[in-house]
Write a protein that binds this ligand. Sequence first.
Ligand code: SAH
Ligand code: DHB
Ligand code: MG
Length: 223
Amino acid sequence: MTDDTWSAVDRYISDRLIPDDAALQAALEASAAAGLPDIQVSACQGKLLQLLVRMHGARRVLELGTLGGYSTLWLAGGLPADGRLITVEFDEKHAAVARTNIARAGFAKNVEVRVGPALAILPQIAAEEAGPFDLIFIDADKENYPEYFTWALRLARRGTVIIADNIVRNGAVIDPASSDPRVLAVRRLYEQLAAEPRVSATAIQTVGTKGYDGFAIALVIAD
Ligand code: SAH
Ligand code: DHB
Ligand code: MG
């Protein structure tokens, strides 16, 4: 079994279950044209995020790590008409591409892109009492995942769903020789998830067009 098979099966699935969407396609094209890295969630993963928003009936969503707004569009597509999404992006250029993609998709009213390091923006969001959020997607710099999880809990309520991307990274997470700060930080996130009585969590390994990786999913079960 190879990456080629995983990608081909991802295409088989998306050809059948994920209808072409002009705004999502345009977002991918505009992101590539602007030279953004090709590291957004896959279509199948994006649809999963959207289904989780809908299953949960989420009305307020927080995302850390916007890139060109591809995952943002998937998440926003699961919100009701008056739903709100705040997405945080460090890079001005990424944020500008995302704003155009979000407006083209018709979500300018629902989605706010905040520019700056997430650890500087999160206290502002807390001070504004923009939360609690119903669903929080963590996908910014991996080194800060433990801090992002701590902030996510602060901005959550009982019932909030917290999802983190890239928590397997080709199995690097269990490589005992790794000194990669991203790997060490993701391991700290697992330790937090294990030790935190306010959440019940799992992680799911995924293969597909993005290779071998995974999502952690935590439900806040207590105040
Ligand atoms: N969620 C996107 C992909 C995000 S890639 C999607 O699936 O479509 C990670 C993003 O996090 C990049 O755009 C990067 O610029 C941003 N980022 C990196 N460090 C950050 C920080 N400290 N605060 C906020 N965003 C950051
Ligand atoms: C990469 C993938 C991601 O999903 C991400 O959020 C950051 C980086 C990567 O493949 O490098
Ligand atoms: Mg990611």
